[in-house]
Design a protein around this ligand. Structure first.
Ligand code: NI
Length: 188
């Protein structure tokens, strides 16, 4: 099933999401629905809060970015109860977007080295290192679990300039090719 995507300004995007248990009801279906929702919206990552669920689950598939970086080809993963163990390396600027902030793209600085622990979709414990573009996509999705949006990370000047756009987006003044839920609407 394709979920509507929750849009900037909705309180669920600002919650600190909670870990889940292995027997979380319908987990496999949820993960499969998250991929379906992400692909439908042409995204490369989706975190559970973006479909109204404040739990620490996100999915990524970087394949559409393979033209820019061949490492992204087949970079399809499920992250459950993820923790960042180490974040370091060169700080790199890159333009980002987010399905919860339609049609807005801004440059964000992020570390280029990441060590993470998490459970994958088969509940295998994982402990791995990511660099470059992968580290960026993961950090963006991970931030959603802590209630952080990429627009929080732009420079204070840019953030001031964005205020009107973000306010418009939260009022539903945007075009998107996928279904959305704006603040004040019930999450289904
Ligand atoms: Ni996002």
């Amino acid at each position: 099933m394709i979920y509507p995507v929750v849009v900037y300004g909705h309180p669920v995007l600002r919650k600190v999401a909670e870990d889940i248990d292995r027997d979380y009801p319908g987990l496999q279906q949820l993960v499969s629905d998250m991929f379906e929702t992400m692909y439908h919206a042409d995204g490369v990552g989706l975190a559970a809060p973006q479909i109204g669920k404040p739990i620490r689950v996100f999915v990524v598939d970087g394949t559409p970015l393979a033209e820019d970086d061949s490492e992204m080809d087949g970079f399809k993963m499920v992250f459950i109860n993820a923790r960042i163990i180490e974040k370091s390396g060169e700080i790199v600027p890159m333009t980002e977007g987010c399905l919860s902030i339609p049609n807005l793209r801004e440059e964000v600085n992020r570390e280029s080295f990441l060590r993470m622990t998490w459970y994958d979709g088969d509940w295998n414990p994982r402990d791995e290192v990511f660099t470059g573009y992968k580290a960026r996509v993961i950090q963006h999705e991970y931030d959603h679990l802590d209630g952080v949006m990429f627009t929080d990370k732009v420079s204070p000047l840019r953030r001031r300039l964005l205020q009107r756009k973000l306010s418009d987006i939260s009022k539903g003044k945007f075009e998107a090719s996928y279904k959305t839920i704006i603040p004040g609407q019930r999450v289904r």
